[in-house]
Design a protein. Structure first.
Length: 343
């Protein structure tokens, strides 16, 4: 149903004349007539007024299909930094309704998680902002420091809060229930290694390497991480050396090499292999390697180089992904501006 037809239907359902609706909206009755005959459409600023007056959502004014609404939600998450509260609630309510009618419930559950995560990220930005303001005003008070852990993943000294037991328990359940899915073993091993549980990591790595779809270069990478966790730097370097030699033309392998060097604070080698990963990747390329380089430059105090790298990311988004606006671009521009202000 076209928007004009929808407005007419809602007007008639409410028992209103065109003149009465015009008075309510402070427009002429000729304008209402043009809308209802689809001669022209209401100005975008009029849509919230129509929505409130008729007690329907803006989506309902347009009679969007479920597929169109889902696509709009996906675009909204990419384009918007924050979702207004009403939009957030309406989106969650709609997706929960879709659980009753959609066959692909996994996708809908995932979208619900993404919407909540979007809100978590925007809320965490505010948590960190105001917690830091509090600590700057009262640096002697122990109050908001723990909030930085929740908001920014800051280090927590207490093991009973810092461990990853909950996540490990979940991924152990995943690999037990779906032992053929290789990716779940990687998530499990990442969390085990973060807690220095190397013996368990070795056990799951042995299973991973037997699975269809596993990557041999990742076996070498995790063997290097296990060696580092066990303080055997020589063995770790041997594994990374073999990874570099055997998979020199694999962009994914080069990314893991760069990650390894970055984690060991060998920043020049990390930059070298992030660049190699980016060069090897096929277009359209993900900008993760460039982001790693920008972060390293900031750590080194090379702010001008970091700014240039963020410019490369903006160029990547525009030329390879056709992103020139929205939150995907804005988050990079904010990081660039932050560095400009630091110089």
């Amino acid at each position: 149903m076209e928007l004009g037809n929808k407005i007419k239907s809602l007007r008639l359902k409410a028992g209103l004349t065109q003149e009465k609706l015009a008075d309510e909206l402070n427009v002429s009755f000729q304008t209402i007539s043009k809308w209802e005959n689809n001669v022209c459409a209401p100005d975008i600023t009029m849509l919230p007024k129509l929505s409130v007056f008729f007690g329907v959502t803006i989506d309902e004014l347009f009679d969007l299909t479920s597929a169109q609404k889902i696509s709009r939600i996906e675009n909204m998450l990419e384009m918007e930094r924050e979702l207004p509260y009403n939009t957030f609630v309406e989106t969650i309510d709609f997706l929960k309704e879709q659980l009753e009618v959609q066959e692909d419930k996994g996708k809908i559950y995932g979208m619900i998680a993404h919407v909540y995560h979007h809100r978590v990220v925007s809320d965490c930005d505010k948590v960190a902002e105001y917690a830091k303001k509090s600590m700057r005003e009262k640096p002697e008070v122990k109050d908001c420091q723990w909030l930085l852990d929740k908001a920014e993943g800051a280090v927590v000294a207490d093991w009973n809060f810092a461990n990853h037991l909950k996540t490990i328990r979940f991924f152990k359940e995943q690999v037990e229930n779906h032992p053929e899915i290789a990716r779940n073993y990687l998530y499990l091993m990442d969390n085990l290694l973060s807690d220095n549980r190397t013996e368990e990591t070795k056990k799951f790595l042995q299973i991973y390497r037997t699975l269809e779809g596993h990557k041999d270069f990742l076996v070498l990478y995790y063997e290097a991480l296990i060696a580092i966790a066990e303080h055997d730097v020589a063995l770790a370097e041997q594994k990374i050396g073999k990874l570099k030699e055997d998979y020199a033309e694999d962009d994914g392998a080069m990314f893991q090499v760069a990650d390894y060097y970055a984690s060991q604070c060998n920043y020049e080698e990390a930059i070298r292999y992030y660049e190699k990963c980016y060069e090897l990747d096929e277009k359209p390329r993900f900008y993760d390697p460039l982001h790693g380089i920008a972060l390293i430059y900031e750590i080194q105090g090379r702010y001008a180089d970091a700014i240039k790298t963020y410019d490369r990311i903006v160029q990547n988004l525009a030329e390879e992904w056709n992103f020139t606006e929205g939150e995907t671009v804005n988050v990079i521009l904010r990081e660039k501006q932050r560095l400009v202000e630091m110089m």
